[in-house]
Write a new protein. Structure first.
Lengths: 259, 249
C-alpha cells in the first residue's frame, strides 16, 4: 500500500531557542554570581575602602590597619574563601554574561538600557584593574602580610606614577558604580523592590551609597599623593606602628596644621 | 501646489534565505493615515517610487487596533505596532524593517512561534478542560483582579523580546512576556495549581535568571504591561521556590 510521504519539517533551528524548562544549571550559577557580588565581594569592598581611609591618618595608622587585618584568625583561609575565589568566580562569570548580551543602546537610548551597558563596562574595568592591583600589591614586591609597616610606602610608590594614579581613580569610580548599581539590580531582580516607587526610592539610596563610597575611595588616594605624608619611610618598625597616629611625622613631610 | 505625499522605504526579502534589499515607495498623503493603511495601499498597488512594478509587500496584520499583536515591526529602527504608528508623527522617509530577532518569513513577516513555545513551557493557562462541571470558581478579590488585569492585556506582539539585550541566540532568554503571563496565571485561583511547575520551568536554561534588568521591555510595551514588576515578583517566587527545593526535595 502506497503511503504519502509526510513533508519533513526543517531540522535546522532558526532564531532564539525557546525556554529549556528543567534543563541546565544556569539558574544556580547566575544567582551565585548575583549573590557573590553583594556578599562577600561587596562587603569586602566596603571593608577595603574603610581600611584605606585610615591612610588619611598617616603611615603608622595605615600600617596598624594592615597589621590588624593580617592578624585575624585563619586570615589566609578568609582571604581565599571570602575574597579571591568569589572574586574570580564573579569576574569570570561576569565576562561570560557580558559576552552573551547584545547591547542595543544606540537604538533604544533609555536610562535603564544605559545602566545595563555601564554595568558591563564598569565590571570589565574593575576586572582588569583588580587583576593588576592584586598582582602588584598583594603577590609581588614587598610582602605586606609580613611587613605591614611597608604598606603606605608601597602604595605611595605605585601612585607616584601619574598614569597609575589615573588608573586607580578611574577604577575607583568604576568599581563603586558597579557595586552600587549592583545592589540596586540585586534588589530588583530578587524581588525585594518590585514596585516602581520602591525601585525609584531605592535608586536614590544606591546612588547615595555609590557617591559616598567613591568619595571615601578618592579621599584615601589623596592621602598617598597629597602633601601630608610625602616620602613615607620604606618600612615602619613594630614599635612605630604601635605608636599609631601619635608617631612623629616621617622625615620630609609637612606637619599637618591641626597637630 | 504639489500634492502632499508620504515616502516609505521597506526592507524586502523574498524568502528566509535570500538577501534583503530596500524598496522606496511614495503615496498620496491622507489625513490620519497610519503605517498599516499605507502598507495596504502599497500592497494593493505594488509600484515603487520610480514607477517600477514589484511584488506586493508581505506583512502580518489583523485587527488594526492594537489588540491582536500581529503587526509589530521596526519602524524607523524601533520595535512598535504598525497600526498605532501614525504617519503624521513619524520622520520621513518612514523606514520599515521586520523584527530582527525572529526568523524571517518574507518581507516584514516574521515567525514569532518562540513565544508560543515559551508560553507552553510555563503552562500559561488555567488547567480546566471542561469535561465535567467543577462547580463555581473561587471568588477573585478586586485587589487581586487589579493586579492581574494589566498583565492580561498582553497581545503577544514580541516587542519586549525584540528590544531586550538579553533576548538573543546565545542566551535563549525566555523574555518578559512569558514571565508576565506566568505571573498572571500564578495569581489565578485555579491557575495557581501549576505555580510550582511554572516556577520550575523558569529556572531552566534561558529562564528568568538571564534578565539583565535593562528595562527596555517596559519602555517598549505598547500595552503598558508592568513587565519589570512582574519580573521582580516572579524572580522572588522562583528564588523562594529554589530555596524550598534545596531543603525539601
Amino acid at each position: 500500500m502506497a503511503t504519502a510521504q509526510r513533508p519533513v519539517a526543517p531540522t535546522t533551528h532558526r532564531g532564539v531557542q525557546p525556554l529549556r524548562a528543567g534543563q541546565g544549571n544556569s539558574f544556580l550559577l547566575r544567582k551565585l554570581h548575583s549573590l557573590s557580588g553583594i556578599v562577600p565581594i561587596g562587603a569586602f569592598l566596603i571593608e577595603h575602602l574603610i581600611s584605606n581611609f585610615e591612610a588619611l591618618k598617616g603611615p603608622a595608622a595605615y600600617a596598624a590597619q594592615v597589621k590588624f587585618l593580617n592578624g585575624l584568625p585563619f586570615v589566609r583561609v578568609l582571604e581565599w574563601v571570602f575574597i579571591f575565589i568569589p572574586l574570580a568566580y564573579h569576574a569570570l562569570y561576569g565576562v561570560y554574561i557580558w559576552a552573551r548580551g547584545k547591547s542595543n543602546v544606540i537604538y533604544y537610548p533609555w536610562s535603564g538600557n544605559w545602566m545595563y551597558m555601564m554595568q558591563r563596562w564598569t565590571g570589565l574595568i574593575a576586572f582588569a584593574y583588580i587583576v593588576q592591583h592584586v598582582w602588584r600589591q598583594r603577590f609581588s614586591g614587598v610582602n605586606l602580610p609580613e611587613h605591614p609597616g611597608a604598606a603606605f610606602h608601597k602604595v605611595q610608590m605605585e601612585l607616584s606614577h601619574p598614569w597609575m594614579l589615573a588608573v586607580y581613580a578611574i577604577a575607583m569610580i568604576a568599581t563603586c558604580w558597579h557595586f552600587s548599581y549592583g545592589v540596586w539590580l540585586f534588589a530588583a531582580k530578587w524581588g525585594i523592590t518590585p514596585g516602581d516607587k520602591a525601585r525609584r526610592r531605592f535608586g536614590f539610596v544606591c546612588a547615595a551609597l555609590g557617591v559616598l563610597l567613591t568619595v571615601i575611595g578618592l579621599a584615601s588616594l589623596y592621602a598617598f599623593v597629597g602633601p601630608m605624608y610625602k616620602n613615607a619611610p620604606a618600612d615602619l618598625s613594630p614599635a612605630q606602628i604601635e605608636q599609631g597616629s601619635m608617631a612623629p611625622a616621617p622625615a620630609g613631610a609637612q606637619v599637618p596644621a591641626s597637630n | 501646489m504639489a500634492e502632499r505625499t508620504v515616502k516609505i522605504e521597506i526592507k524586502r526579502q523574498s524568502s528566509p534565505d535570500s538577501s534583503p534589499h530596500w524598496d522606496k515607495f511614495e503615496l498620496p498623503h491622507r489625513p490620519g493615515m497610519n503605517v498599516i493603511s499605507a502598507m495596504m495601499e502599497i500592497a494593493a498597488n505594488p509600484y515603487t517610487a520610480d514607477g517600477k512594478e514589484t511584488t506586493p509587500i508581505a506583512y502580518d496584520s489583523n485587527c488594526l487596533e492594537e489588540i491582536c499583536g500581529s503587526c509589530a515591526m521596526l519602524i524607523n529602527g524601533k520595535a512598535r505596532m504598525a497600526c498605532t504608528a501614525l504617519v503624521d508623527k513619524l520622520d520621513q522617509p518612514i523606514k520599515l524593517e521586520p523584527l530582527s530577532k525572529f526568523p524571517l518569513v518574507r518581507d516584514l513577516s516574521v515567525d514569532r512561534s518562540v513565544l508560543f513555545e515559551n508560553l507552553k513551557a510555563v503552562k500559561a493557562w488555567v488547567p480546566i478542560d471542561g469535561t465535567y462541571d467543577l462547580g463555581p470558581g473561587e471568588r477573585i478579590f478586586p485587589q487581586v483582579q487589579e493586579e492581574r488585569y494589566p498583565l492580561s492585556r498582553c497581545i503577544s506582539c514580541c516587542c519586549c523580546m525584540e528590544v531586550c539585550p538579553q533576548f538573543n541566540e546565545s542566551t535563549g532568554f525566555v523574555g518578559a512576556a512569558t514571565i508576565a503571563q506566568a505571573q498572571l496565571f500564578n495569581e489565578h485561583p485555579a491557575g495557581k495549581v501549576l505555580k510550582e511547575e511554572r516556577l520550575h520551568a523558569l529556572m531552566g536554561d534561558g529562564g528568568i535568571q538571564e534578565c539583565g534588568y535593562a528595562q527596555n521591555c517596559v519602555q517598549a510595551c505598547p500595552k503598558q504591561l508592568p513587565l519589570t514588576k512582574a519580573i521582580s515578583d516572579v524572580g522572588r517566587d522562583v528564588m523562594v521556590q529554589a530555596v524550598k527545593d534545596a531543603f525539601t526535595r
